[in-house]
Design a binder for this molecule. Structure first.
Ligand code: HEC
Length: 139
């Protein structure tokens, strides 16, 4: 038992050597998504910690293996949609992403593991509807 704990401890310390990026690439503020104030406020509090270049990393984002998970989430999320570079997308891409946002805002997003750690991201049905209506997508 003592040895098992020791091994776990050593693995945990060793894991810290593998650092993953916790970055916020510089991007032109002009490229950021434009939305009515109340919509933007919801996106900012519930989505920006993964889908933007303005991620506020918590202290535990420095601790492996949680740091690995967070980096992966941010990385994949930015590939799907990055609100900080919205104006870099073509009209076609924007329309496709708005459709995805319309769908994701209904329930899938934000990730539940994230909501468990961030009270502010527990958005209400009204706030979800606000996002959905803003996308202009019809069912
Ligand atoms: C904790 C990080 C995190 C937050 C916060 C978050 N997302 Fe995501 N999002 C992801 C990840 C990771 C994926 C990729 C999911 C996959 O590959 O299955 C994703 C995928 C998406 C997609 C692509 C389609 C889909 O459903 O997979 C959309 C659209 C999306 N998110 C919108 C949003 C919106 C809108 C918000 C805020 C209401 C939000 N996300 C909040 C991490 C996040």
């Amino acid at each position: 038992m003592k040895n098992t704990l020791l091994i776990i401890f050593v693995l945990f310390i060793a894991a810290q050597i593998i650092q993953t990026p916790r970055d916020n690439p510089l991007s032109d503020p002009q490229k950021e998504i434009q939305a009515p104030k109340e919509v933007h406020a919801v996106l900012k509090k519930a989505c920006y910690d993964c889908h933007s270049n303005q991620v506020q990393y918590p202290w535990y984002a420095n601790v492996a293996p949680v740091s690995w998970m967070i980096s992966r989430h941010v990385d994949t999320a930015r590939q799907w949609v990055n609100f900080s570079v919205w104006e870099d997308y073509t009209q076609e891409e924007k329309e496709k992403k708005l459709k995805e946002i319309f769908r994701a805002a209904y329930a899938a997003m934000p990730l539940s593991s994230y909501m468990a750690m961030h009270e502010k991201a527990n958005i209400t049905m009204e706030e979800r509807k606000l996002i959905r209506d803003w996308t202009g997508v019809r069912k």
